[in-house]
Design a binder for this molecule. Structure first.
Ligand SMILES: [Zn+2]
Length: 191
């Protein structure tokens, strides 16, 4: 695997995995697709392989990412969806030509109209965002409880009580912080 892939937070929901390419949004934000080749890497691990990406296509991708973030955050808070964000999501969704393909194993794959069409990949992501934000899919949009994150994520847990966008990062950090606070309160319980 090329170096740097562990930098990506890969969730099970394409749209929110994509918004998670900018992490710690309310803290020291980390851009995980700082250059076109990083977007190519991200698309590849998410089943949307493209040959190349231009600076302009990266800009389109980041614009879509922020639009999804804004709309999903509003939806999680049950606010009115921001019209400019909805416009961007709809434009990207309409501009792509990707086909859903059923594999012999019964899995869905995406076939882009050509390998250089980042726009096709973005349309798949935009359509995924629409299915999540519209409430069409089983789950609930929520905001991460980490104060430096507050990312919108899609909670598909049975109880719909997930608190963090990602257990391995935000969830763990919060647990560690709580553990350390307890240690300070009860130093005798330290091992
Ligand atoms: Zn988080």
């Amino acid at each position: 695997m090329p170096a740097g892939f562990p930098d990506f937070r890969l969730g099970t929901v394409l749209a929110t995995s994509f918004t998670a390419t900018l992490t710690e949004r309310r803290g020291d934000a980390v851009e995980r697709i700082p250059a076109p080749h990083r977007l190519v890497d991200w698309l590849a691990v998410n089943g949307l392989a493209v040959d190349s990406c231009t600076d302009a296509q990266l800009d389109l991708a980041r614009e879509l990412r922020e639009a999804i973030h804004a709309a999903a955050t509003a939806a999680a808070a049950q606010d009115t969806l921001p019209a400019p964000a909805v416009q961007v999501i709809n434009d990207r969704s309409a501009e792509g030509r990707a086909a859903a393909i059923l594999t012999p194993e019964g899995e869905r794959q995406w076939r882009l109209s050509s390998a250089s069409r980042v726009e096709d990949a973005l349309s798949v992501i935009a359509a995924d965002a629409i299915s999540v934000i519209s409430g069409e899919r089983d789950g609930k949009l929520a905001l991460c409880a980490s104060p430096t994150c507050q990312a919108a994520f899609f909670d598909t847990s049975q109880s719909r009580t997930r608190k963090w966008c990602d257990m391995n990062t935000c969830g763990n950090r919060q647990k560690k912080a709580r553990f350390n606070a307890n240690q300070r309160k009860n130093p005798s319980s330290a091992q």
